[in-house]
Structure formats: C-alpha cells, structure tokens
Design a protein around this ligand. Structure first.
Ligand code: C2E
Ligand code: CA
Ligand code: CA
Length: 680
C-alpha cells in the first residue's frame, strides 16, 4: 500500500517549536538552485506534469490518517514517478505544490510547513538526479529490465532521504533518539514502502509503454484504491474503538465485567482441554463508601483511577484485573493453580499494593480491601458460579477482617441462610419479633439514672435471639430500614411514656441509620408517635453518627433541624471513629456526644486513649455539649470519667442491655440508692 511520511501537526512544547529558520531557508534555497541548474536536463512535458501533479496532490489530500504521526498516501509514488519520467526539477516542483496545497487542508504550524517544503523539494530532486546519473552511468534505457530496477533503487534512496529529514526533525523536536524513532516508524511501514516502490516500477512501465493515457488510468486506479483502503482503515479503527469501549471500564481503564467473564469462559474452555485449574478473586475496598461520603465522589474517583494501574501491575501481564462496578474488582491471577498457598500469596501482594497510601490533593488516604478466592473446578465450573462464590468468600473475609480467604462450602450455607432470613424480615416485624433491650445511661458523678438506650434484637422463632450486628447491615442494604426504625421508635416512645407515668423522668435514646436521616417523612412520623403516646419531645434522643451526617450533609441537616425544632434531642454516637471534626459538628443543633467505647474501655491501660477521652470531654464542654462515656466496663474507669468531668456513663459495669421488665426491676433496685453509690 502506498505511503509517505510527512511531519505531523500535533502540538510540541512551545520552546522546541522555534526551528532553525535559517537552516530551512538555506536548504530550500539550495533545492531551488539545484532545480534551476538541472532544469534543462528535465523533460518539461506539460500533459504528464499536470497528470502526475494532480495524482500527487489528490493523493495527499485524501491521505489516510493512521493514528500515529504518519499519513498513508500515494503522493510519494507520484513524486518518484515524476522524478523518473520527467526529472528532478519538475518532481521537486510537484513536491512543493503538494505541500502548499496540503497546507490549506492541514494548516500545520509554520515550522512543520517549512520542514515539509524542504523535504518535498529535496527528495524528488535527489531521486531524479540519482536516477538520471545511474541510467547514464549504466547505459540502460527503458527497454532494459535494469531500467525498472533502478526505479526501485531511486525510490529507496529518496525514501531514506525523506526519512532522515522528517524523522530526524521530529527527533530533534522530541529530543528522542533517532534509532528509536527509526524502529517506531520503519518497522510497521517497511512492507508498504516496498510495495509502493514496486507500484512505482509498474507505473513507470505503464507510462513508458502506454503513454499519458495509461498514466491517467493508473492514477485513477490508485486514487480509488487509496480511498477504499482509507475507508477500510477508518471502519476498522471505529470497530476497534467500539470494541474497546464495550470491554473497558471507563474510569480505571481496566477490563469490565463482560471482558472478565469472557476471559474466564475462555480459560475454562482451555482448562477442560488440558486440565489445569485456576483461581478467581473478588476484591472489595473496605470503607470506600465512607471516603466517598465524607470527602466526595471526586476523591473516590481519583482514588479508583489510581488504584487501577496499581492492581494491574501487582497482577502482572499474564493475569487480568477488571472493575465490576463501584469499589469491586475481579482478578484472574497470572499463576494458573489451585494451590491455596500460592493463591493466598497473590492475594496478600494485591492487598499490599492497595494499602500503600494514596495522595489525593492534600490528603493522604489509606485504604484496605477484602479479597475472596474461588477455584476452578473445585468451587465452580462456570464464570457465574466462580464469581458468586468468590463474592461469598470476600464477604466472609470482610466479616472476619482477615483480608483474604478461600471459599468453603459452609460459607455458601451461611449466605443462603442470610437471604432466607431477609425474606423473613418483613413478616418478623409484623409478627412483633423485633424486641428492644434497654441499657441504662446514668449521670455522673451521682449515678442517677438519666435514661436508657433502646437496642433492637430479633427474637427469631428457630434461631433464637439474633443480635443487631447480624441483621442491621443487611436490612439497611435491602431498603427495609425505614420499617425497622419506625417499629423501634414506636416501641421505645411507648415504653418511655409508660415509665414516665410511674414518675421516673427518663429519656430514651434510639439509633438511626443513614437512610433514616435522608427520609423526609421521618420528622412527621416522629411527631405523630410523640403525640400519640404523649411523650414530651425532649425525652427522645436520636443517636446519629458523624458519617451519617457527612453522607449527604444538606438533607441530613434539614431532617435534624426540623426534628430539633420539635424539641427532639440529638446525640452523636460512636464519636471519634469517623472522619469529621468537632469544628464541623459545631454548626449542627446537637445536644450530646457519646465518645466511642473503643477509647473509653482501654483508657486506663492506654495513655493515648486517656488523652483522647480527656480532650474530647473538654472540647465538648467548650461547645456546650454534654458528653457520655460508652463502654464503661469497670469501676476505676467509671471513677476516672467522673474525675475528668464526663457528664454521663453507659456500659456493662453499670448494666447490660436488658428487656423492659428487667430494666424496671433494675431501676427499682438501683434508682433509690443512686446517690449513696455515687462515685467521687
Ligand atoms: P451502639 O449504638 O454503639 O450500641 C451500643 C452497643 O454497645 C450495644 O451493642 C451494647 O450492648 C454494647 N455495649 C454496651 N456497653 C458495653 C460495654 O461496656 N462493653 C462493650 N464491649 N459493649 C457494650 P448491641 O446491642 O449489640 O448493638 C450493636 C449496634 O447495633 C449498636 O451499636 C447500634 O449501632 C446498632 N443498633 C442497635 N439497635 C439499633 C436500632 O434500633 N437501630 C439501628 N439503626 N441500629 C441499632
Ligand atoms: Ca448507639
Ligand atoms: Ca455507640
């Protein structure tokens, strides 16, 4: 296929664009001088000149972009044809005309234009002079076969010259090595250049034997041929782009789910032939949602984009990494084996690559992930089953916080149970299987019972009492959390109102989930419940966490404001475990902070926890908030909290969560003597 090399248009750094104008001018003047001096040896046959010039210009204008710096066209062939049939000077004239006409189409920078003018003047000139000299020295005429071989040689000589001028200039601009460029440019184009040289031989033969008519016919065929090849290349390019888009994840540049599935199916086909097993991994980032929620989706995207190449590098060229969506990735390791140790080593390497800190603007973020591994053929014989089981293994690794783990059959059982439990859930709420336990919250230092936190449990007919940790998250994901919270609020408000009738001025705390805060119907629901059970709004406390507020601050703030205008109180739960700061919370209508038990429980054995507890108490007070220490598991901790000025306490040392009836007994037994038990 005919092709030529012309310097390309794309931008170079500004500083490098200042080409040596003087050299270009000198070279061009040289070409003009040589052309003028040799003009009298040339054949100035106007019909052929016009014919070849038209062929060259049209060919250049319809050249095919290859996506690299090269254009494919028959203009080179046209120039050589002119050089051989007419001579160097007319060929150089056609070369310069081609570049000038082409400029109106391509509008390349001035320095490229100059370089191309020089190149397109010189190489047909040299080609023509070479051919003229060679045929004279060898005494060959158009009736000899050698005449046509010299056409071939002339083509190669000018091609080399063209290469040196265009590629050399490009290297000078890029500051890259000519050898590299030579490989980059020559290797893919060598076959087409040789073909081009052959075509030139044929063209010369046709022109010599048939004359101008033959030449015109040849030119027509060539231009049509070039057009067809161009269309072919464009449609191939288009289908490659479409193919790439359909199998690539846009954000990370990794493979997408379809490509991964196709690859697994292909591996399975090959494995059934030669019997080699392999592993499939599913990786899910831990707490990615919180990063997204607190720092914004842009940060999340930047992080995922950086993660892609890292994970791909850790897996190696023989493996495959795909992003399945969100923060979920699938991996086919390079090593084809079902050896658990090898697969676990790969998983450990992957985790290590994920855990290296990410720098996003001024933040340095550290994330971790959980990886589940399923093996072909023991865990599944098709892509769908393998991915599902890797997913189950991943969840199990996440729950155990083990980083990674292999699938085992009992995990499948467990996940089935989870699903059937979930379908049970709606019925369970209606059947009243959700019950509340109450854990006392006492004032410090007098241990007066201030109120209770309502903690939900599921009294399952077959499985017994199920703790909230086992179902809350699944209920949240399934969208039934509004039902659950409403049911908890109903019981807790009713219960608290009942206690207050007997003279105990207690308050009740209810835990909310993130979705509840975004639910615009919540304030009205709560208002109705308070009115129905005649509970003063001040007796209800809603526990929310920092990350719940940050997930959608505007909507969360609207709900919080509406409820606090009713008189309902707000507590920040698990304080210290999220990403936000007291300074941010200052703008919200909050009443209480509950410092997380992970700081309180160990505060007497770990001095840094003690420092955190003490400074949090002080900061909370400065902001006018009361503070509750959670997770008080022994007397000395309780005494220290009182000493540090903490307002309230909650924990196993005081009482475990218990059913309403037991809570009443507990109050009867402890309430009266609270002041005598007071801590110092
Ligand atoms: P939480 O809000 O932090 O609730 C306190 C949890 O700490 C309770 O666990 C309680 O039994 C436990 N705890 C209390 N004192 C101590 C102590 O001294 N030491 C230790 N180690 N733990 C103590 P529980 O009842 O299993 O609840 C777990 C979580 O489930 C709660 O954490 C809360 O986030 C969630 N939850 C409970 N009930 C509800 C509910 O009605 N709605 C929602 N959305 N979440 C709930
Ligand atoms: Ca709580
Ligand atoms: Ca808590």
């Amino acid at each position: 296929m005919p092709s030529d090399l012309t310097s390309d248009v794309p931008g170079r750094p500004e500083g490098q664009r200042r080409a040596p104008i003087a050299i270009h001018l000198l070279a061009f003047a040289g070409a003009v001088t040589v052309a003028v001096l040799t003009a009298r040896f040339a054949r100035w046959d106007v019909a052929s000149l016009v014919m070849i010039a038209t062929l060259t210009v049209v060919s250049d204008l319809t050249s095919v972009e290859t996506g690299s710096k090269l254009k494919v066209s028959g203009s080179f062939l046209g120039l050589l044809l002119a050089a051989v049939l007419l001579g160097g000077a007319p060929a150089a004239l056609i070369g310069v005309t081609t570049i000038l006409v082409g400029w109106f189409r391509w509008r390349e920078d001035g320095h490229y234009l100059r370089n191309n003018l020089v190149a397109f003047a010189w190489f047909p000139l040299i080609g023509g002079l070479f051919f003229y000299a060679a045929t004279n020295v060898a005494h060959v005429t158009s009736s000899d076969l050698n005449y046509y071989l010299l056409v071939f040689a002339a083509f190669l000589v000018s091609l080399t010259l063209n290469f040196v001028m265009v590629v050399g200039y490009q290297c000078w601009l890029d500051r890259s090595s000519v050898a590299c460029k030579a490989l980059e440019v020559c290797v893919p184009f060598l076959p087409s250049e040789l073909f081009s040289a052959l075509l030139t031989m044929v063209a010369v033969y046709v022109a010599v034997q048939v004359g101008v008519t033959g030449l015109a016919l040849f030119a027509l065929v060539l231009v049509i041929f070039q057009y067809l090849v161009g269309e072919l290349l464009i449609s191939k390019h288009r289908s490659e782009t479409l193919q790439r888009m359909a199998t690539t994840d846009e954000l990370t540049g990794l493979a997408n789910r379809e490509r991964f599935r196709a690859r697994i199916e292909q591996e399975i086909k090959e494995c059934t032939k030669d019997g080699c097993p392999f592993g499939v991994m599913l990786m899910d980032l831990d707490h990615f949602k919180e990063i997204n929620d607190t720092l914004g989706h842009d940060y999340g995207d930047v992080l995922l984009r950086e993660l892609g190449p890292r994970v791909a590098a850790a897996v190696g060229p023989g493996g495959l990494v795909a992003r399945l969506g969100g923060d979920e990735f699938a991996v086919l390791p390079e090593a084809h084996t079902d050896d658990p140790r090898v697969l676990e080593d790969v998983a450990a390497d992957l985790l290590a690559s994920v855990q290296k800190p990410f720098v996003v603007e001024e933040f340095s973020l550290e994330i971790s992930a959980s990886i589940g591994i399923a093996r072909f053929p023991v865990d599944g014989r098709d892509a769908h089953t393998l991915l599902r089981r890797a997913d189950i293994a991943m969840y199990s690794a996440k729950e155990r916080e083990s980083g990674y783990g292999l699938f085992s059959a009992d995990q499948d059982q467990h996940s089935m149970q989870r699903l059937s439990a979930l379908s049970d859930f709606r019925r369970a709420i209606e059947a009243g299987e959700l019950i509340l336990h109450y854990q006392p919250i006492v004032d410090l230092p007098d241990l007066h019972v201030h109120g209770a936190e309502a903690l939900v449990r599921w009294q399952h007919p077959d499985q017994g009492l199920i703790p909230p940790a086992e179902f809350i998250q699944v209920v949240e994901q399934s969208g039934m959390i509004a039902l659950l919270t409403r049911s908890v609020l109903d019981s807790a408000i009713r219960q608290c109102a009942q206690w207050r009738l007997t003279g105990e001025q207690l308050s009740v705390s209810v835990n909310l989930s993130v979705r509840n805060l975004l639910d615009s119907a919540l304030p009205q629901d709560i208002e109705e419940l308070l009115a129905r059970y005649l509970l003063p709004p001040q007796a209800l406390k809603l526990e929310i966490t920092e990350s719940m507020i940050m997930s959608d601050p505007d909507r969360a703030l609207a709900t919080i404001t509406q409820l606090s205008q009713l008189g309902v109180r707000f507590s920040v739960d698990d304080f210290g475990t999220g990403y936000s700061s007291l300074a941010y919370l200052r703008g919200l209508p909050l009443d209480e902070l509950k410092i997380d038990r992970s700081f309180v429980s160990p505060m007497l054995t770990d001095s840094s926890d003690l420092i955190i507890v003490r400074s949090t108490i002080n900061l909370a007070h400065d902001l006018g908030l009361t503070i509750v220490g959670e997770g008080v598991e022994d007397g000395p901790t309780l005494a220290w909290l009182a000493q540090l000025g903490c307002d309230r306490a909650q924990g196993y040392h005081l009482a475990r969560p218990m059913p309403a009836a037991r809570f009443e007994e507990w109050i009867d037994a402890n309430g009266d003597q609270s002041s005598s038990r007071a801590v110092a």
